[in-house]
Design a protein around this ligand. Structure first.
Ligand code: RTP
Ligand code: MG
Length: 139
């Protein structure tokens, strides 16, 4: 995957609350093009693999439980400087610290249930995109 792409998930909390449309609108307004998208649900094994980097953290069990409790929207987004610009658009992990105008400020409820995921590096964007999408599903 090229370095002008990032990977996102609309997390179960935001899907449950009916925020898919609002979040996709902010993504479009932010200048990102959707090049792959699916509505799916993570298995426990998927979530443990996806968040393996956090497996020693005290919140890992809670994170896996949360991310598997309902469907998510997974997508690959394209824009110049996609990874950094998308992290800016989503805002801080803790919505209490998220800037005005960010997705988490508007839609996240807590540090754990924070509405969206955004890749933190080009390398992870490529890994995470490939975790969810086959080449023929990316346009
Ligand atoms: P993400 O990977 O989902 O985009 O979030 P992030 O980079 O802003 O935050 P990260 O440190 O990678 O943490 C991953 C996710 O774990 C949950 N978390 N819970 N209870 C807690 O203290 C806590 N800390 C993190 C959040 O869902 C966070 O997005
Ligand atoms: Mg992260």
């Amino acid at each position: 995957m090229a370095t002008n792409r990032t990977f996102t998930m609309i997390k179960p909390d935001a899907v449950e609350k009916g925020y898919i449309g609002g979040i996709l609108n902010m993504i479009n307004e932010g200048g990102f093009k959707i090049v792959a998208m699916k509505y799916t649900q993570l298995s426990k094994r998927d979530a443990e693999a996806f968040y393996a980097i956090h497996k020693e953290r005290p919140f890992f069990g809670e994170l896996v439980e949360f991310m598997t409790r309902g469907p998510i929207v997974a997508a690959i987004l394209e824009k110049e400087n996609a990874v950094a610009d998308f992290r800016t658009l989503i805002g801080a992990t803790n919505p209490a610290e998220a800037a005005e105008g960010t997705i988490r400020k508007k839609y996240a409820s807590s540090i754990g249930e924070n509405a969206v995921h955004g890749s933190d590096s080009d390398e992870n964007a490529a890994i995470e995109g490939a975790f969810h999408f086959a080449g023929r599903e990316i346009f």
